[in-house]
Unconditional design. Sequence first.
Length: 65
Amino acid sequence: MKLRDAAIPHHISVCPVPIFSVKGEFRHFIRLNCAQALDSGVLDAIDVLGELAHQLNSPSKNRPA
């Protein structure tokens, strides 16, 4: 959910996979859908999403302030 929230200001929408699971499994996965040609805009969005995921997963983000 944190990645979804961080992506929204970049006009990127990701769906947390548990909403597609009857049992609410796979909490550390996302589902990416794209209904357009794979162009530089889509590739840039994937890069941004990767950077956001990296930032959210960095040890400094998990340390108490």
